[in-house]
Design a protein around this ligand. Sequence first.
Ligand SMILES: [Zn+2]
Length: 517
Amino acid sequence: MKKTWVTLLATTALTFAVTGSALPSYAANSAAKTLATAPNLENAFTAAAKEFGVPKELLMAVSYTESRWQMDAELDTKDHGNGNGLMHLSDKSVKKSLSDTAKALGVNAKQLENDPALNIRGGAFVLAQAQKNLGKQLTNNVNDWYEAVASFEGASDKQSAVLFADEVYRILKEGTSLTIEGGTLSVAANKAIAPNKGQYAGVTYGLGVTPDATPDYPGAIWNAASTSNYQAATRPTSNPINYVIIHDTEGSYSGSINWFKDPTAQVSAHYVVRSSDGQITQMVQEKDIAWHARSFNTNGVGVEHEGYEAQTGWYTDAMYTSSAALVKSICQRYGIPMDRDHILSHSELWGNDHTDPGANWDWNKYMTKITGVSKNWTVINVDDKDTASGAFTLYGSSQYWHPVTGYGLHNEINYTNGNGSVIYNYAIWKPTIPTAGNYEVKVFIPSNYAGTTAAKYEIHYNGGTVTKTVNQSAYSNQWVSLGTYNFAVGTGGYVKLGDNTGDTNTVAFDTIRFMGQ
Ligand SMILES: [Zn+2]
């Protein structure tokens, strides 16, 4: 389509309707989140413990292990299957606890997922039922409940069952507290805790079993994913290993391990790292192709970190230290450069639409631990989906802007057609720079709708403006450097790209990243 001079009026910023898919799904749960304040949860734990005859501190420790007492954001549920809410009741686990519990409590599954107090009641119900099924009394002594707790996540084997129960009892023994909205919740330390483990006596995760494979990383415990959840290969011979992909689990460590062992999951990662102490479980051999990042699976190693991108309290120093040593080992063994072009978050991959591990992941700390080099490791990605924050804005008549899904980062790009030598439609990428300094500016050129031979990127940096011309048609799913420039703190710097390409071919607009040097 041609742009006519008739419509060439003043260029004004457009406000695009925010589509449902562009909104994080937790926005819909905001009502539930406001109910999940510390005083409300304290009352809910007390009431549910009394109603179902479950020790309150046990209920709280189970919830802490599942959710750190926060309503989860559920950004990645389809890949993780760990369940929902403070107790993480799920229909994806073996025991179908969500539907069964909803039925027993006379509510629907959605209510059970989204109402914090109801979710806690549901968790108490599941624990009490498990205790009854074991033929045990509903006592006030937490030591009597170990077997019921071990069954809570529907683990398929004893090793994985004690993985969850031991974490819950560690919390009961050591105590914990966490400040959430409205106050602080805590479980008091009880050094006298000595659970009666029953059928799980003598079972310790990672010990006493003959593994069916040796972990590639000596610091990891081997616990195989279901063979239905990955593709066997002979990497790096069959396919080179070029990337390490950083994820978060959106669920507990043990729950994620259970999910990757479930043949219905159809997802996996090579490694899972625990929040509390950095324990690492390897589930898929590095030579094989785990399923965690679509187009990046073939050449990537996937590392999952226990936590939720929308929550705090999960990404601990112990986790960063342990994961960094793992990633350093992977990079050294396959000759992967230890930089932010090769160690990537799931959100930074084209052909993917996930957002993990999110803004709480401390890349400066992590990369410094991996490389031993302390510098500004910040990378700010500004995507064409970042319209709500004002980081990305389209200008000019909307009829000439075409959003297309299925390409680029966050699985969406925009394109327009070239307009000869005059700018009519243009876009601005405006990063929020946290630390003044030099940043390399890179633009992502998608595999389609990048037809122009002369895209003129204007880089407005601290001290000047420079225009870099890129032949978009020469690239396909590639990052192209526009050079390194100094940026001040804040939002003063930006990149602008217009349709003054000199041709009428398509011009693609996706992500620009600003990489600290
Ligand atoms: Zn992910």
